[in-house]
Design a protein around this ligand. Structure first.
Ligand code: F6P
Length: 746
């Protein structure tokens, strides 16, 4: 195929070349004919002159003697020369006195004399051309007549014809040689060019301008231009794609249909979106307190497909079919949940151990030491492999779109890639990414990075996390990194590292059914025995040491200390979902939270009023939503957080455009929700000031801030988060398909 294309290309040059050579040959051949004839005539002239000079004296002597016999004998003797055809002698009166037998009849003394002067020495006779020369024979300066020498010219014609033939052959030969060289050069160039294009398509050369160029030097200027073009084009297109679409479940579905040929999506996460629990007598369905589930579940409902997750509920096994699948949401099924069963040993090693005692503290700068055990690492590998096997089982094509979620599955992308080389793997890392030095603490940091680079797209919440990741890869792996376009090339495979700030469903799923804000306010206050005008603050978190719950309580304490007028008029409600309680660090943290709340409550409580209401139990999202709507202020004080969706959920819940968000600057959300009161949670007084300011903020300021934040959450909702990743995936798939086509056709 490649040779055929080369030949076709070369013909575009060869055909004009042959036409040009033919025209040239037509012009050159007659010229050469004339030239060679002129040379031969000159040779004949010289020859004739020589013969005439040699004959002169003996001939004149014989003439003087009048010895006709001897004259004839002399002439006959001379014409033995094979080229000399005939000799003749004309006297002064123009009469042919002597001639050899084959002297051409059509030649006369007068015609020869005349022709010689006017048109040159060549005569065309019926039997062929002859060269005729006339030389005077004189004695004692008295001319006796002229000797006529007739040379056969047929050999000249023969030679001219030969010359013409050789010239034509020479032209043909030149044409053939040039053609062969052209085809060869075209083949090499085409191959080089194609390799160049292929390298460019792979992103090599474009991606890493600082290291050894992957494409030939002649492509470097092109690569430079392409680099600029691609960047501009990509940025513009992504912006245009993003901005022009109103992101909703419907637009996401259309995108999948149009850009990804209706691919069914496979999601992999540790936490499942619906947990079946055996309650008293009957099975209950729980929605876990998980940012990941909050974000990804609406996407799955929009896209359908299969979600593979750990079946951790006490009644999970009872609710699946024989393939471990169950259709969810239970009340209105829209996609398949495929459950993976883990042994206690696997769960301890992979989930509690490596993921939550190792990677979790490693990636969060919350001053808890990570713990790495070889046995946990082995379980982490084994469980990742089990999920990779499940992905291969669930895939209905050899190029599925797989969305890998979070730090539980750093090895999974590579494992999936080994089973399904053509899969489009989008990995999203829901937690922060630390600097290279911190990440290097993990004994298996290289393996984790290699695993993640099996992804087609690797997503983080913020550009800062992307930058840290690129720097980490640069530090520990041999790769080619293009910082400007945030791409990593390794072993011929490209991973795009991009920030996709995660978000929530918009409009809120309870938009239609939720009670009004006054109802929620009254309901919550009534349940706590507070009067209608009582100020309420809310915190909603898993009970995790990264969430800054202790710092939050201290800020409440500090605010009450500095603003005693608030005592008895403000209550802070902390919803704390129990999490990872089997781990020592978490168990200790639960105690610290409880102890601190007790201490503060003891310090300030009056009568039945307590400043902090700690609710350590699972709350359904609808219930949490009511608390958001009831509160005057929401406090998000994480010490380090990838995004923190509580901040966005609070904003989405407040369709009354009231309420103030106090937000830690160490969350991803702080990069988007600029109208929140941004605090450093380690700075207790500052956070206390922000809390007080929130509680005393005028309505119009609350409205202005809330309106802006709501507009942002509306426009950058969860469908846009998924849509941007899927659009990028679709573009990469198209580029890979194009590269494959080029590979096939060349
Ligand atoms: O913050 C990262 C994250 O994966 C969240 O998406 C999720 O809320 C949590 O961590 C996981 O919690 P769990 O260990 O209970 O699944």
């Amino acid at each position: 195929m490649r040779s055929f294309r080369t030949l076709r290309l070369s013909l575009r040059f060869i055909i004009p070349l042959f036409i040009a050579l033919t025209i040239l040959a037509y012009a050159v051949v007659p010229l050469v004919g004339k030239l060679t004839l002129r040379w031969f005539v000159r040779d004949m002239d010289i020859r004739s002159q020589l013969i005439a000079n040699t004959l002169h004296d003996p001939f004149v002597d014989l003439l003087r003697q009048g010895n006709k016999a001897k004259i004839n004998a002399l002439l006959l003797n001379v014409i033995r020369d094979e080229r000399l055809l005939a000799l003749g002698f004309c006297n002064e009166d123009g009469k042919l006195l002597y001639s050899t037998p084959n002297f051409p009849e059509s030649l006369t003394c007068s015609s020869v004399a005349l022709r010689d002067k006017e048109t040159g020495p060549v005569f065309r006779l019926p039997k062929g051309s002859v060269h005729v020369a006339l030389y005077p024979m004189d004695q004692d300066r008295l001319q006796q007549g002229s000797l006529i020498l007739v040379h056969d010219m047929s050999f000249v014609e023969r030679r001219s014809a030969d010359t013409r033939k050789y010239i034509v052959m020479l032209f043909v030969l030149i044409g053939v040689v040039i053609s062969v060289i052209t085809v060869f050069v075209a083949y090499l160039s085409w191959r080089g060019w194609m390799d160049g294009v292929r390298a460019i398509l792979r992103g090599e050369g474009i991606l890493q301008p600082f290291k050894k160029p992957a494409v030939a030097s002649e492509f470097q200027p092109l690569v430079g231009d392409l680099r600029i073009l691609l960047r501009t084009f990509d940025a513009e297109r992504r912006f245009a794609d993003d901005a022009t679409i109103t992101w909703s479940p419907d637009s996401l579905r259309k995108l999948l249909h149009k850009q990804l040929a209706g691919e069914r999506i496979i999601v992999v996460s540790n936490r499942e979106p619906y947990i079946h629990i055996r309650g008293e007598g009957e099975i209950e369905v729980n929605r876990p307190a998980s940012g990941l589930v909050t974000a990804v579940e609406p996407v799955m409902r929009a896209c359908s497909g299969t979600w593979i997750a750990h079946g951790s509920g006490t009644a999970d096994r009872e609710t699946v079919d024989r393939h471990d699948r169950v259709q969810v949401p239970p009340e209105h099924p829209e996609y398949t949940l495929r459950r993976i069963w883990l042994t206690r040993e696997e769960e301890n090693g992979y989930y509690y151990g490596f993921a939550n005692e190792g990677i979790w503290p490693l990636c969060h700068t919350a001053h808890v030491r990570p713990i790495f055990r070889s046995s946990d690492w082995q379980q982490y590998i084994a469980v990742n492999q089990r999920f990779a096997d499940a992905v291969a089982e669930e895939a209905v094509s050899d190029d599925p779109v797989v969305l890998v979620q979070d730090y539980h599955f750093a090895l999974l992308p590579k494992m999936i890639r080994q089973k399904l080389p053509r899969a489009t793997i989008i990995t999203f890392w829901h937690i922060p990414w630390p600097n290279p030095e911190s990440f290097g603490i993990c004994p298996w940091h290289e393996e984790l990075l290699q695993g993640m680079l099996g992804s087609t797209i690797l997503g983080f919440h913020t550009p800062f996390h992307c930058k840290n990741f690129l720097a980490t890869v640069d530090r520990y792996l041999e790769t080619r990194i293009e910082y400007e376009s945030s791409t990593i090339s390794r072993a011929g495979k490209l991973t795009m590292v991009e920030s996709y700030p995660i978000s929530i469903q918009w409009p809120s799923p309870w938009q239609e059914t939720q009670p009004s804000v006054p109802e929620c306010r009254n309901g919550v206050r009534d349940s706590l025995g507070l009067d209608a005008g009582h100020l309420v603050g809310i915190g909603v978190d898993r009970q995790d040491y990264t969430k800054g719950i202790l710092e939050r309580f201290r800020a409440v304490e500090n605010m009450l200390k500095r603003h005693p007028e608030m005592i008895g008029h403000f209550t802070f409600i902390q919803i704390a979902a129990p999490t990872r309680s089997v781990l020592e660090e978490y168990a200790a943290f639960e105690n610290q939270v409880r102890d601190l709340a007790d201490r503060i409550n003891q310090r300030f409580s009056t009568g039945s009023w307590q400043p902090i209401r700690l609710k350590v139990e699972h709350h359904d999202p609808e219930v949490v939503n009511r608390y958001y709507r009831a509160a005057d202020v929401c406090m998000v004080t994480s010490l380090h957080d990838g995004m923190n969706l509580v901040a966005k959920e609070f904003v989405a819940a407040r369709d009354d455009e009231q309420g103030v968000l106090v937000l830690s600057r160490f969350t991803g959300a702080a990069h988007e929700l600029h109208e929140a009161l941004i605090v450093n949670p380690y700075h207790i007084e500052q956070t206390a000031d922000a809390l007080y300011r929130a509680l005393t903020m005028p309505d119009f300021e609350q409205r202005e801030r809330m309106c802006n934040m709501r507009a942002l959450v509306r426009d950058f909702n969860i469908y846009r988060w998924a849509g941007r990743m899927l659009l990028d995936a679709a573009r990469i798939r198209q580029r890979e398909k194009l590269a494959m086509r080029i590979n096939h056709t060349s």
